[in-house]
Design a protein around this ligand. Structure first.
Ligand code: ZN
Ligand code: ZN
Length: 309
């Protein structure tokens, strides 16, 4: 078998296309011929060793879509020829408490796809069978890659805590926020998009937002005080957090999925957000669970929630 991949030999170096030896094919592994692979900012972070955990040579790419071409003798639940997706993780122990509770992504032995494992910027990728997620055939696979990373990141809090009757706020309208607005609208939620860019108002309405509010306008944010059931922040910049948290309804939730670089202050007894501390829940790696992926792909294909349009 001719396996080729774009290989990063060292931090911040251009990728080199070359033949690679994928080694022994494990009994629980499946091999997937890659059809499409998204490019995520985390690929760049691993290429540049921004987190200090990269291993070289590295093969990046963790939004992988393709078809199963081979299955190890102990691989289950898939067929050769089936279309699957592989995301941030591609293996776990399958016997620890987390794995046995359906939280495989929290397994202490979880194997990230692009750290110490070969990713999807390649002709083929291998993954443990449980981490090759079956994709519905009617999903537009050319656009499905981002669902496997940023898509599941924002879908997870909606799937686990959102209800169609909820008022949902999405902070930040970049790659994650766009998808969050579309998912929340598809759920039937009343959606408020918070953006710092005035140019995105029409686009957000087209994506299904009922309201668009400037994330820099503290007065406008404060007018929403006590009204939002689920607030999902996708930004990594400083905000008027006091006003933002004050928009939460009693028992509302704030989920932070953006890589915030500065601490988020929570003023538990400020007038604008009384009992805010009890309302703020940390997402704690909620995303990536296999269960959420399965739900996500069903939702994305039945609502035709393509990634960017
Ligand atoms: Zn485990
Ligand atoms: Zn990613």
């Amino acid at each position: 078998m001719d396996h080729r991949a774009w290989v990063a030999k060292a931090p911040k170096q251009p990728l080199v296309l070359e033949a690679v030896d994928l080694g022994l094919f494990g009994p629980e592994e499946v091999e997937v011929a890659v059809e499409h692979c998204g490019v995520c900012h985390s690929d760049l972070s691993v290429l540049n060793n921004d987190w200090g955990i990269s291993q070289y040579p590295a093969i990046l790419g963790h939004e992988v879509v393709g078809r199963v071409t081979a299955m190890g003798p102990n691989a289950k639940g898939l067929k050769v020829g089936q279309r699957v997706g592989v995301g941030w993780d591609s293996g776990s122990c399958m016997h620890c408490h987390q794995c046995m509770s359906g939280r495989h992504h929290l397994c202490p032995e979880v194997q990230p796809t692009i750290i110490g494992h070969r990713g999807g910027f390649a002709t083929h990728i291998r993954a443990q069978w449980a981490w090759a997620i079956p994709l519905p055939e009617k999903l537009n696979v050319a656009e499905a890659g981002p669902l496997l990373c940023r898509g599941v990141t924002v879908f997870a809090p909606l799937a686990m805590y959102g209800k169609p009757t909820d008022r949902v706020g999405i902070i930040g309208i970049g790659g994650l926020g766009h998808m969050a607005v579309k998912f929340a609208a598809a759920y039937g939620c009343d959606v408020t998009a918070f953006t710092s860019s005035e140019g995105k108002v029409d686009e957000m309405k087209r994506f299904g937002a009922n309201h668009v509010v400037s994330s820099r306008d503290s007065a406008a944010i404060r007018k929403l005080g006590g009204s939002i059931d689920l607030l999902i922040s996708t930004v990594n910049v400083k905000l008027d957090w006091d006003a933002m948290i004050g928009t939460l309804a009693p028992n509302g939730r704030l989920h932070v999925v953006g890589a915030v670089l500065e601490p988020i202050p929570v003023a538990a007894f400020s007038p604008s957000c009384s009992s805010a501390a009890s309302r703020v829940r940390r997402q704690a790696r909620l995303w990536r669970s296999r269960r959420c992926w399965r739900l996500l792909h069903g939702t994305a294909s039945s609502h035709k929630t393509s990634t960017f349009q």
